[in-house]
Design a protein around this ligand. Structure first.
Ligand code: GUN
Length: 279
């Protein structure tokens, strides 16, 4: 039976530390969250971000814009927030309604306030190993590995998924820590065979039970990034958890694994921005 990597407990600890550090600043860190339209999942995420800000003692501002909002109006709001002294982080909840160019919106956020780490400037900084905001999910996963003394150095790491938000930055962070990294995706041939070589396996696909026990090397570390619902409506990840936890050395649960750490790293990035902006 695997060690359960408790992201929920670690997130609570991280947020406590963030709160303590924020208290020593002259000005409270401020996060602005923009949500456009009525996506119910986005609403849940935005509500939880507000709660996290309260927990950390941050100023939190929410901009709930109607579905009909134009790209111009959205970018104009971002430009106002970019120059606000009291706002350290700006997050525009994705996905955006049809007709709004997500890339143009993300590019409009000042890289200095891009606490999601989605701006090409921050992505590029990660690629070349320069300082910048790290995307919260891969950042949170690296913190889980660190907490449990799991060192990617020299290990075979396999990431399933190549999104800009998770797969690609995850692979870069593991590489930065000297892992030997393979990225798999929907066109990968012999996926199971490649996954079985992994000492550290990260699944970020969004498909229930796509990682089965035969794809996991006994003794591997398994990180499940996904948030799916099974036929019974129960929250679950990409990994066949009951079977895989019997042969892995360590595994993240869903819920209670990566998700809470993603949220905690948003608070951490907002703190880092505030510290930097206050010199
Ligand atoms: N939609 C789903 N996850 C995220 C996230 O981490 N950041 C933003 N901005 N939108 C999301």
């Amino acid at each position: 039976m695997a060690i359960i990597l408790d992201g929920k407990a670690l997130a609570a600890k991280c947020k406590q530390e963030v709160k303590k550090e924020a208290e020593s600043l002259a000005r409270t860190p401020g996060l602005a969250v923009i949500i456009v339209g009525n996506n119910p999942a986005s609403r849940v995420y935005v509500n939880s971000k507000r709660k996290d800000c309260e927990e950390c003692g941050f100023l939190s501002e929410e901009y709930a814009l109607p579905e009909e909002t134009t790209q111009g109006e959205l970018i104009s709001l971002i430009q106002q927030l970019n120059v606000r002294e009291d706002i350290d982080g700006i997050l525009c909840q994705l996905p955006l309604p049809d007709g709004i160019d997500e890339e143009a919106v993300l590019m409009a956020i000042s890289p200095e306030k891009d606490v999601d780490g989605f701006h090409p400037m921050n992505m590029g900084a990660l690629l070349v190993g320069k300082e910048g905001f790290l995307p919260c999910t891969p950042y949170g996963i690296m913190e889980i590995l660190k907490e449990y003394d799991i060192d990617p150095k020299g290990k075979r790491c396999v990431v399933i998924g190549r999104s800009n938000i998770v797969g690609k930055p995850m692979a870069l962070l593991l590489l930065q820590k000297h892992g030997t990294v393979t990225i798999c995706h929907s066109r990968t041939q012999n996926l199971a065979e490649i996954c079985r070589t992994a000492d550290i396996l990260v699944a970020a696909v969004g498909k229930v039970n796509m990682v089965t026990a035969d794809m996991v090397k006994p003794g591997a570390v398994v990180i499940d990034v996904a948030m799916n619902r099974n036929e019974a409506g129960k929250l679950c990840g990409d990994v066949d958890y009951p079977a895989v936890k019997e042969l892995a050395w360590a595994i993240t649960p869903v819920p209670g694994g990566v998700g809470p750490m993603t949220r905690a790293m948003l608070m951490k990035n907002t703190l880092l921005s505030a510290q930097k902006r206050q010199g």
